[in-house]
Each structure stands twice: as structure tokens, then as C-alpha cells.
Design a binder for this molecule. Structure first.
Ligand code: F6P
Length: 404
């Protein structure tokens, strides 16, 4: 049989490692002939736009380079499939299944987050209804770490490592002058505060900053924010604040565009700027906001070896699950212990993850709603361990590019 793989949703720097995991495991298995890459996620199956990956990933060096390359080599999408019982949408499933059948694809692997698991769930349901024996397997990824069931998601550890390293550098930079200052750092994560909360790991390196951490899981009021800033300003010359993009600034200055994607998720960027304007007006010292933006999900020069290794391993396990006959499942990590760090890879019914969000636990947020506990540090630390030896060219990281 042949297999196909696609990448979907927001990029991470580990999503190509999962693709390599699928590809390498397929090469090890004589029952698998061609490995197709579907361009731009599910759009590739709808438009019959597939690439024979054996033609483009030719050597072991290609695989090694690809697993170190950020973003999605096959492109991505934010496409929501119609409901399986919606007669108007049946032609979309006809196109997908006709593409799968035409290319004798026996298993389809979708690397993505909670929206992409909606696609896996719908495809396996429609497949069963149509009597197809094609297997649909989800492989998790997202820097937001907001998928339920799994202990964590590939891509998150590397994003957290980048965020912590960058915030540590910002701390050094912001404390050089003798004047008072406030620096507000906006971090991605949509409705979940995991990535912003991960800055608490800097404590393990003896940092006291960020002095304030705001997550969407805690109530936010701009008046209380100003009080918190005043209290921290009395203690520190340079106050550092980490704020999740999902926090609602509640201060009139909405810097957001209001644009939504196909799943109804709003493009959130802007809270840092809104809080900067508020603090500048009401407190009056030097205030700067920094939005880490897409750098936190596409920077591979300081990625976590644990994350990249796990991303590849979970891709390989997905192929084994398909060959065992599993269908409509998503691969998940189960953590057995923090120290030593031990995880197993298992499968879970995709309906348990599709369209669902796992938010940062309230029990790890302090009473004041502006910081997180040391328990969270124990959870996060294992995920950022180890460094990947990056391939360089002319003093810059080298990336794998599809030239098919
Ligand atoms: O996929 C996760 C994510 O990176 C979120 O953290 C962020 O809010 C969103 O994607 C941004 O979406 P887009 O890539 O569509 O701008």
C-alpha cells in the first residue's frame, strides 16, 4: 500500500521532525510503497496535489536537515471540512476519497492541533460510513500545548525554550539604564496560557523576572494590572511582564484586527501594545512592549532536543499504529515521571481531542492571578532539555526546501 501525510494549522519547529518520523518508519516497512505528501494540508487531497516524498527526500542527510527545519515543508492550511451529514458538503469528501483511492493510499497521517483533529475525526467517520478501510491517524503538534489527553504537544518544548532564552536576554537588555522602565512581552498561545506560563522556568536559572505573568485562564482587570505594576516598580528598577496574547486587555485600546480564521479563532495579536499605552499614560515611566510573534514558533536555532526527538518518535509510532489497524486515533504522550523524565506514546480516540482545548491548570496560578507556582516549573523543565546540532551555511542555519 501507499501512505500520505500532511501538515496543518500554525507552524512549529518540530512539525517537520514528525514528518520525518512518518517517512523513516515507512522506509523501514516493506509493505509500504510510496509516501505521498499532501500540499497545504487537506487542500492537497481535495485538489489531488500530492508529492512523492521519496523523490524529494533522497538521502539520510536530507532527513537530518528536514528534522532541523522549522515550519511546514509541505505547507499548511486552516480548512474546516463540512459536517459529514451535510449533503451540500458531500462532494468535498468525494474528492478526498477519490484522491486517496486513485493513489492507493491505505493510511493518511495528519500532523496538527485541535482543529486538525476535527479533520481526522470527520475523515475516519466518513470512511467507515463509506466502507473504506483507509486508516486516518492524527499526530499532535502545536506551540499552544492546548490539546487534551496528551501530556504535552510536539513543538511546545522548542517554543518554550526559545521564549525563555529570549525573555532572559530581554531581562539583561532592559536593566542597563539607571531610569525606571517597564517591559511587556506578549507571547502566543491563543486561549491557553501554557507558553506564557513557561517563562516561570527562568527561576531555575536564578532570575526573578518575569515579575508578573498574566494568562487567559485568570481574570484580568486593567486597574488591578496598574496596581500590580506600581507594586513591582517599588521593588525593581526594570519591571518585566509576560502576557499571553489571549488576555483581554479590558482598557479600551483594542489593538486587535478582529479577523478570524475558518474555525472562528480570532487573530489575537495586540494586547502587549494596548497595555503599553495604558501603562505609559497612567504610570508615566519608560514603557516598551515586545511581541514575540511568529519567531516563537519558527525559530529552530535554539530548539529543544527532547522536543525534536519526541516529535520524530511520535510520527514513527503513528505509522506502527496504522499498520496494527488502528483508525480514528491520535497519538498522545503519557508522562510517567518528571525526574527522571519518562513518557510513553499511546493512542487515544480522536474525538477526545478534536476541537477541544486543554487550558493551563488554575491550581498552578497564584491567588493574585499574576504569577505561576513552582509545580509548573517541574512540569515544564524536562520539555526544553537538550540542544540540537544545527547545520550551518555561511554562518546561518541551513534549511531543507521542497523543490519538486
Ligand atoms: O497554531 C497556534 C498559533 O500559533 C497560536 O498561538 C496563534 O494565536 C495562532 O496560531 C496564529 O494563527 P495564524 O498562523 O493563522 O496567524
Amino acid at each position: 500500500m501507499n501512505i500520505a501525510v500532511a501538515q496543518s494549522g500554525g507552524p512549529t519547529c518540530a512539525i517537520n521532525a514528525s514528518l520525518v518520523g512518518v517517512f523513516r518508519e515507512a522506509l523501514r516497512n516493506p509493505v509500504i510503497d510510496a509516501v505521498f505528501g499532501s500540499k497545504n494540508g487537506i487542500e492537497g487531497l481535495i485538489k489531488d496535489d500530492l508529492t512523492d516524498l521519496r523523490r524529494v527526500i533522497r538521502t539520510n542527510e536530507d532527513m537530518e536537515l528536514l528534522r532541523r527545519t522549522p515550519s511546514t515543508v509541505l505547507g499548511s492550511c486552516r480548512v474546516k471540512l463540512p459536517a459529514p451529514d451535510d449533503a451540500d458538503g458531500a462532494h468535498i469528501f468525494d474528492q478526498i476519497f477519490s484522491c486517496l483511492e486513485k493513489h492507493r493510499i491505505g493510511a493518511f497521517f495528519y500532523i496538527g492541533g485541535n482543529d486538525s483533529m476535527d479533520t481526522v475525526e470527520k475523515l475516519s467517520r466518513v470512511g467507515k460510513e463509506r466502507g473504506s478501510d483507509i486508516r486516518f491517524i492524527g499526530i499532535p503538534k502545536t506551540i499552544d500545548n492546548d490539546l487534551p489527553v496528551t501530556d504535552h504537544t510536539p513543538g511546545f518544548g522548542s517554543a518554550a525554550k526559545y521564549v525563555c532564552a529570549t525573555v532572559q536576554e530581554i531581562i539583561r537588555d532592559s536593566s542597563v539604564y539607571s531610569i525606571d522602565s517597564i517591559t511587556i512581552i506578549e507571547i502566543m498561545g491563543r486561549n491557553a496560557g501554557w507558553l506564557t506560563a513557561s517563562t516561570c522556568m527562568l527561576r531555575a536559572n536564578g532570575e526573578t523576572a518575569p515579575h508578573l505573568i498574566y494568562l487567559p485562564e485568570a481574570d484580568f482587570s486593567s486597574e488591578k494590572f496598574l496596581e500590580d505594576l506600581a507594586a513591582e516598580k517599588a521593588k525593581h528598577k526594570a519591571v518585566i511582564v509576560a502576557v499571553s496574547e489571549g488576555v483581554d486587555p479590558d482598557c479600551g485600546d483594542d489593538m486587535r484586527s478582529g479577523v478570524s480564521d475558518n474555525f472562528g479563532h480570532k487573530y489575537l495579536s495586540g494586547v502587549g501594545k494596548a497595555l503599553e499605552l495604558l501603562a505609559r499614560d497612567r504610570i508615566g515611566c519608560k514603557v516598551r512592549s515586545i511581541e514575540l510573534n511568529v519567531m516563537q514558533r519558527c525559530s529552530s536555532h535554539i530548539c529543544s532536543k527532547t522536543d525534536i526527538d519526541e516529535a520524530e518518535a511520535i510520527g514513527a509510532e503513528a505509522v506502527k499504529a496504522a499498520l496494527r489497524g488502528e483508525n480514528g486515533v491520535t497519538m498522545v504522550f503519557r508522562r510517567l515521571s518528571d525526574s527522571p523524565y519518562v513518557v510513553t506514546i499511546e493512542t487515544a480516540d480522536t474525538s477526545m481531542l478534536a476541537n477541544k482545548e486543554k487550558r493551563f491548570p488554575k491550581r498552578w496560578i497564584n491567588r493574585a492571578g499574576n504569577g505561576v507556582s513552582d509545580e509548573a516549573v517541574k512540569y515544564f523543565l524536562p520539555l526544553i532539555q537538550g540542544e540540537v546540532d544545527i547545520f550551518m551555511n555561511n554562518g546561518m542555519p541551513r534549511h531543507f526546501k521542497l523543490t519538486d
